[in-house]
Write a protein that binds this ligand. Structure first.
Ligand SMILES: CC(C)(COP(=O)(O)OP(=O)(O)OC[C@H]1O[C@@H](n2cnc3c(N)ncnc32)[C@H](O)[C@@H]1OP(=O)(O)O)[C@@H](O)C(=O)NCCC(=O)NCCS
Length: 161
């Protein structure tokens, strides 16, 4: 049964093992956090095991340093038939400061819910935009994914072999 929870936030400290030689958190570690929060949000919304099918528009805006307090938020902004599109923001700040959260990374990540028996895509509960912000976010997600699909096709044409 679906839990239909639209938004999910993880909050934790960046650890020394997350950091690269320049003292900043690895991009791959940030992508893992994005995938984890997206997975938990997708399962929460659909009540089904879900897999990542695509990530679009990822941008590393500012670095995260060891011991920063990190907040990763996934917000459902569009549903297709089996797909759930989440806008994800990664923010960080020095935990000794009460304010100063800065946007570090943002993207759209798409999960597909799978049927437990055959492992095939299965319909998820539809999410309907309620206000103007929701409509803007849904449009943003569909445009990012259309661009990603265009890039995917262009790369497939260019790739040797
Ligand atoms: C996800 C997977 C099951 C989809 O299988 P498929 O045969 O392509 O299924 P479909 O063509 O029916 O597509 C399923 C959904 O994915 C969406 N999708 C496919 N490619 C996409 C892309 N590049 N961007 C966004 N959505 C995409 C489709 O639009 C469709 O959504 P809808 O049902 O809401 O219309 C399959 O591609 C897969 O197993 N991929 C590997 C997943 C994985 O290992 N992830 C990493 C670890 S979790």
């Amino acid at each position: 049964m679906s839990g239909e929870q639209r938004e999910l936030t993880f909050r934790f400290l960046a650890e020394p093992t997350d950091v690269n030689y320049g003292g900043k958190v690895h991009g791959g570690v940030v992508m893992k956090w994005i995938d984890q929060v997206g997975y938990a949000a997708a399962v929460g919304w659909s009540g089904r095991y879900s897999v990542t099918v695509a990530v679009g528009g990822i941008r590393f805006v500012s670095p995260i340093r060891t011991s920063d307090l990190v907040t990763v938020t996934a917000k459902l902004v569009y549903t297709g038939t089996s797909s759930m599109h989440f806008a994800v923001d990664v923010r960080a700040r020095d935990p000794m400061q009460e304010s100063g959260d800065r946007l570090c990374t943002h993207c759209v990540i798409v999960f597909v819910a799978l049927d437990a028996v055959e492992g095939k895509p299965i319909a998820v509960p539809a999410w309907k935009p309620v206000d103007d912000d929701d409509c803007r976010l849904a449009e943003y997600a569909t445009k990012v994914m259309a661009l990603s699909k265009d890039i995917e096709q262009a790369v497939a044409r260019l790739r040797p072999g």
